[in-house]
Design a protein. Structure first.
Length: 432
């Protein structure tokens, strides 16, 4: 009897072990990144995320299309198109529980503007958190075809005389960007000021949502604009204007959009925030592979996402830039980075530049404690936790939250440890 029992138990153990091994193999196949770890599950099944029809929203869209949110335990994530950055802000203020959104593909400075109440109704602060950067590079500064004869490219000073002549004739010079104090506002201001054109005095800066840039340029509502892709490429493809420069030429490997969430959602759902980050990181890795660019252009071009021809997306995704003014350069390094060069990591030093530039133009007070504000909003610690659980290679995880000094095309140097010195070096600015 004893022998029979021992034999029977051994057999059951073998069967159980075999079944367990099969299950483990299946899980490893489904979760090759090692994301299926013994950890508390997410507190919620999803989150409402917003995006603007810009190529740098790709990580959110790819994560949705490829089932990466589902894979990481968030099957009910909604990714909804926003009409403008103003609408993104308003829906974040509402929050998901009030039919708004709890997170978004967002201009990197916008969470800081909301956190401090600079752009919210009655200046009421809405605590925000930046969990990841979504991309580096690949925005553009484009100019109406009427200015082709100036030869303007990276040097904006070539527009100075033409703009002055238009103003002298009693006409307004309009330069469009997507949101006051946002990335595109700061890029175009930097470019104009470096060329000796004061963006506060020599031109009128106007706000136009990204998808409406090309149509407004077509009917003559603006002289120049700064926006992300695919709208600069579409402008060139339609023969309406040309790209003077890409923003990567102003500051190579510059930060652009971020994953911004309401701070209260992050605090209430720390596990969900982690797996959300993991899904987006995987999407960024997929989006960064050159062999996936054609498929990604097809996905983004679909009616439910951007509703544009894939050809308007794919060229600059690969670094092939037709500037529209006789320059057509293949294989540049100015294509959008989603993962390489530590593109996903939200460097605090990058955010410090955005805050400092907003001091330069009067959005933040001169005495703003840049480091303190960045520490309140930037949650690079959560990015590190998610990267570790995802099994991200050590080489892709920065040792420091600062990238140190940054050098711009005109020789200006930004030291995140001494933003005041950077401000002192600038000639055209609002603050003295």
């Amino acid at each position: 009897m004893t022998r029979f029992v021992k034999t029977s138990i051994t057999r059951r153990a073998i069967l159980k072990t075999s079944a367990t091994a099969a299950l483990v193999s299946a899980v490893k196949a489904a979760f090759p990144s090692g994301a299926f770890a013994a950890a508390p599950g997410p507190e919620v099944k999803g989150i409402k995320l917003g995006y603007i029809a810009l190529t740098d929203a790709a990580a959110l869209i790819v994560a949705k299309e490829k089932g990466l949110f589902d894979k990481h335990g968030l099957p009910e994530v909604e990714v909804t198109k926003q009409a403008s950055w103003g609408a993104t802000r308003d829906n974040l203020v509402l929050g998901g529980a009030a039919n708004g959104i709890d997170g978004a593909h967002i201009l990197s400075p916008l969470p800081y503007l909301m956190h401090t109440g600079k752009v919210t109704q009655n200046n009421k602060p809405v605590p925000m958190a930046i969990l990841a950067r979504l991309n580096l590079d690949s925005q553009g500064i484009s100019v109406a075809a009427d200015y082709a004869g100036t030869g303007v490219e990276l040097d904006a000073s070539k527009l100075k005389e033409a703009f002055a002549k238009k103003k002298a004739a009693g006409n307004e010079v309009k330069v469009a960007m997507t949101f006051p104090g946002g990335t595109h506002d700061l890029w175009v201001r930097y470019w104009l000021a470096a060329g000796g054109i004061d963006p506060n005095k020599d031109v009128s800066t106007i706000v136009v949502p990204p998808p409406q840039m090309v149509a407004n340029m077509k009917v003559g509502n603006m002289d120049a604009f700064c926006v992300g892709e695919p709208w600069n490429e579409q402008l060139v493809n339609q023969g309406i204007g040309f790209t003077a420069c890409t923003t990567g030429e102003l500051w190579k490997h510059h930060p652009e959009k971020a994953l911004g969430l309401r701070a209260d959602w992050v605090e209430s759902n720390p596990n969900a925030a982690k797996v959300l980050l993991m899904a987006i990181m995987e999407a960024q890795q997929w989006a960064d592979k050159m062999e996936n660019k054609e498929e990604m252009a097809d996905i983004l071009g679909r009616r439910q996402w951007f509703n544009v021809p894939p050809k308007d997306v794919v060229g600059r995704l690969k670094g092939d830039i037709n500037y529209g003014n006789g320059r057509n350069i293949k294989g540049t390094d100015f294509y959008m980075k989603f993962w390489r060069d530590q593109a996903s990591f939200p460097f605090k030093s990058h955010d410090a530049w955005f805050v400092t530039e907003n001091i330069r133009w009067g959005t933040f007070a001169p005495g703003t404690d840049v480091k303190k504000l960045v520490d309140q909003v930037n949650r690079e610690d959560l990015w590190r936790d998610a990267a570790k659980e995802l099994g991200v290679a050590a080489s892709d995880i920065p040792a420091s939250a600062s990238r140190g000094k940054e050098t711009f095309f005109d020789g200006k140097i930004f030291d995140p440890d001494n933003p005041a010195a950077y401000l002192d070096s600038l000639t055209i600015k609002t603050v003295s």
